[in-house]
Design a protein around this ligand. Structure first.
Ligand code: CU
Length: 141
């Protein structure tokens, strides 16, 4: 019985750690691939950089696609167009939303047709560190 309070102390300590940590870490929010029957798909979501340093999105890779690019949408003379960019910087203590009409990830040449509801493993490299994500394919809400 004497061990019980100690166990509770450890549990509340862990909970406290979880409650505090999201402020100063890297966090991916609502990363998803928008389903369309098109062979070219977009990946969206928000990258929260809670660290003290800017993070640079360097590459996105997946075995399900032969080519993945980082895109930025620009408007000139009233026309929206997207172009490939080499990297995307997420400033320190800031967040970047990947969305249609903004920066986003573009997926080309799926190895086989992508299904709505499929979960696709994706590797994202930020400032030399790779992060493995399981990204859901879903219809746009
Ligand atoms: Cu694009």
């Amino acid at each position: 019985m004497r061990r019980f309070p100690a166990f509770l102390g450890i549990v509340s300590g862990i909970l406290l750690l979880f409650a505090c940590s999201p402020q100063n870490i890297l966090r991916f929010e609502d990363m998803h691939i928008a389903y369309t029957p098109s062979p070219v798909l977009g990946m969206y979501g928000t990258i929260h950089n809670g660290t003290e340093n800017a993070l640079v999105l360097e590459s996105v890779k997946s075995d399900r696609f032969k080519r993945i690019e980082i895109h930025q949408t620009t408007t000139s003379e009233g026309r929206m167009r997207m172009e490939r960019i080499d990297t995307l910087t997420i400033p320190a203590r800031s967040a970047v939303e990947l969305a249609p009409g903004k920066a986003h990830i573009m997926l080309f040449e799926a190895t086989e047709p992508v299904k709505n509801g499929e979960i696709i493993p994706v590797t994202i490299t930020l400032s030399g560190t790779t992060h493995s994500l399981e990204v859901l394919v879903r219809g746009n809400p």
